[in-house]
Design a protein around this ligand. Structure first.
Ligand code: FES
Ligand code: FES
Length: 155
């Protein structure tokens, strides 16, 4: 099937199998490997991207379902060579260790801050509750999101 998906502001047209998952479309067709693939059973959340502005697990979405829609991946967070504040927060507060969960965590955090610029620790933990970090106790991830919230409030 021919589909056209706008990814990080750029339209991509490809002929794909109807069964292809969005995560494989992004990684294998577009070579956007910042979107990770972990469990393939909708449990880990490393594959989270934005679909029309909403975080989705891209292993649970068919590529054809994204036809005519807009997708943002971690590669799209940076603007004009400048990291998003959430990305800066993860750098400042050591929000990652192996980095496997990090792209999805950052996309969910961006979505959260766009809706609630001053989330509590509990609200941050709830927002990322569908995503697993295999490395940490989530402390530094939460701290990173709070850093981004405070940094955006001060700017
Ligand atoms: S790979 Fe999508 S939730 Fe784990
Ligand atoms: S930093 Fe390793 S899985 Fe989260």
């Amino acid at each position: 099937m021919m589909i056209t998906v706008t990814v990080n502001g750029q339209a991509h047209t490809r002929d794909v199998e109807p069964r292809m998952l969005l995560v494989h479309f992004l990684r294998d067709e577009l070579r956007l490997t910042g979107t990770h693939w972990g469990c393939d059973t909708s449990n880990c959340g490393v594959c989270v991207v934005h679909l029309d502005g909403t975080p989705v697990k891209s292993c649970s979405v068919l590529a054809v379902m994204a036809d005519g829609h807009e997708v943002t991946t971690v590669e799209g967070l940076e603007r004009d060579g400048e990291l998003d504040t959430v990305q800066k927060g993860f750098v400042e507060c050591h929000g990652l260790q192996c980095g496997f969960c990090t792209p999805g965590m950052m996309l969910t955090a961006r979505w959260l801050l766009d809706r609630d610029p001053d989330p509590s620790e509990a609200e941050i933990r709830e927002a990322i509750s569908g995503q697993l970090c295999r490395c940490t106790g989530y402390e530094n991830i939460v701290r990173s999101v709070r850093w981004a919230a405070e940094s955006e409030a001060a700017s």
